[in-house]
Design a protein. Structure first.
Length: 467
């Protein structure tokens, strides 16, 4: 750790992993409720479990992104953070606000929560992923503004690199597009259009800039490849991301009452969205093959390569499977959508957060470069447990989705929704088993940071790689 203020990142990373555990636990509860409908009812109804599961996903990823920025920006800018105290203050505000919101979901009926938080003054509640009370959304905006002030001023006062400028652009976009969560028109078509301006333009737009910058930072540090080479790749990747991702928003407009031309625009540009993810895969493996040093943190490098591959498979391949409007006509809102969502979120954003945590946490805890060899072996086991289980979760949901499409929508004698759900229950059981394995992998990941006390015997940073 080169700068003292980088230590600000540590509590953000710890909170991110703790919230990640909560997200997976509620995912398992939901998975069981698919096949045992009254499990934990009425204490935790399905709609509440789903709100907590998806909200924890968003919040822990944001904690991870903020921790990554607080770690990367001082090093890239070659100066301390402008206001470390502000970062600590915003951490506690964000954590407390998030915890109170989740407790509100669990302890108070949603309509009552809207009443208690005076949602009628500025109604913003009731929309998927954006269920947070308006007061919580205001708190998020305050935290985001303080965060951007801290990070942005540090970048402006220090060295400007492509990595930290792309990161800052992604973080600014994240904050700007979240403001559309405050716009809640009564017209359902307008509501869905602008709802996607938050959800899609986050995950298939500005979040990809954050992903690219973090991946570039870790690869620069672990491979020793010239910064200029990495930055050229990053320019091309973010250009393709923005070109395809912004217009590709149209693939959400197919069936909500928008003009027919969105079927063409959405299909064409959305079909191009796998390109930047494929480029990211080529970029990652190319940088590792050209490495000039053998970095001792093998686990972080594994996570980095895994991010590129799994993001391409989940966001690219599984997204392409049902993005064309003639296909999406049948698959929209089925378990195929869930399959794509699970692998895409894991590959693109869960794994990149685990990548930067794997790289930075040993340094934040006073290690010279990496955790011990025993610790890294355990961490790599966690990588394979979580990654293989998410692959099986995706395959099981894909199988369920294909059958659902056939039995419920495509056949000449379509069956009712619940009748079809009974027939695909076996896939849900298998998904639940894979989910338990995923939780085991996450526990192993956490345990890896508490194993071993000796520095690894591998070469320290800067040792040339074999020719």
């Amino acid at each position: 750790m080169q700068y003292k203020s980088q230590a600000v990142a540590k509590p953000y990373f710890v909170a991110a992993i703790a919230l990640f555990v909560g997200q997976i636990l509620f995912g398992l509860i939901m998975g069981l409720q698919y096949v045992v409908g009254d499990f934990l009812f009425p204490a935790i109804p399905f709609n509440v479990a789903r709100m907590v599961h998806t909200n924890l996903l968003i919040v822990w990823l944001l904690f991870g992104f903020m921790g990554a920025a607080y770690y990367m920006v001082p090093e890239e800018s070659e100066r301390e953070l402008v206001a470390p105290w502000l970062a600590h203050l915003m951490f506690w505000i964000f954590l407390v606000a998030g915890a109170l919101t989740v407790l509100g979901y669990l302890m108070v009926p949603y309509a009552k929560l809207a009443e208690l938080t005076r949602d009628t003054i500025l109604p913003t509640m009731g929309r998927e992923f954006l269920e947070q009370p308006t007061i919580t959304k205001v708190g998020i905006v305050i935290v985001a503004l303080a965060f951007l002030f801290n990070v942005g001023l540090t970048v402006l006062k220090g060295r400007k690199t492509v990595v930290n400028l792309v990161l800052l652009l992604g973080l600014l976009g994240l904050a700007v597009f979240f403001l559309f969560s405050f716009y809640n028109p009564t017209n359902l078509v307008l509501d869905k259009i602008f709802w996607w301006w938050v959800v899609h333009l986050w995950v298939e737009g500005v979040w990809e800039l954050i992903l690219g910058s973090i991946l570039a930072f870790v690869l620069i540090k672990t491979t020793g490849v010239d910064r200029e080479v990495v930055e050229k790749w990053l320019y091309v990747i973010i250009a393709m991301t923005l070109i395809t991702g912004i217009i590709g928003t149209g693939h959400h407009y197919y069936w909500i009452g928008t003009p027919e031309y969105w079927q063409w625009w959405g299909s064409i540009f959305s079909a191009m969205e796998p390109i930047p993810f494929f480029m990211m895969t080529v970029f990652a493996f190319n940088m590792v093959n050209r490495r000039r040093r053998n970095h001792p943190n093998k686990a972080a490098m594994l996570w980095a390569l895994g991010t590129a591959v799994m993001a391409f498979l989940g966001a690219g391949v599984w997204g392409f499977l049902h993005t064309l409007s003639p296909v999406n006509y049948y698959t929209h809102g089925t378990q195929i959508t869930a399959a794509h969502g699970h692998m895409a979120f894991y590959g693109a954003y869960v794994m990149i957060n685990l990548t930067i945590i794997s790289y930075a946490m040993p340094l934040l805890r006073g290690r010279k470069a990496a955790n011990s060899e025993r610790s890294q072996v355990l961490e790599m086991w966690s990588f394979w447990l979580m990654t293989v289980s998410i692959v099986f979760i995706t395959l099981f949901l894909t199988g369920a989705g294909v059958l659902q499409v056939w039995l419920q929508r495509y056949t000449a004698t379509p069956q009712p929704f619940m009748a079809v759900q009974d027939q695909i229950a076996l896939f849900y059981w298998m998904r639940e088993i894979a989910g338990v394995v995923f939780l085991v992998g996450l526990v192993v990941y956490i345990a890896s940071f508490f194993v071993g006390s000796k520095e690894p015997e591998a070469a320290v940073e800067g040792t040339p790689a074999p020719a």
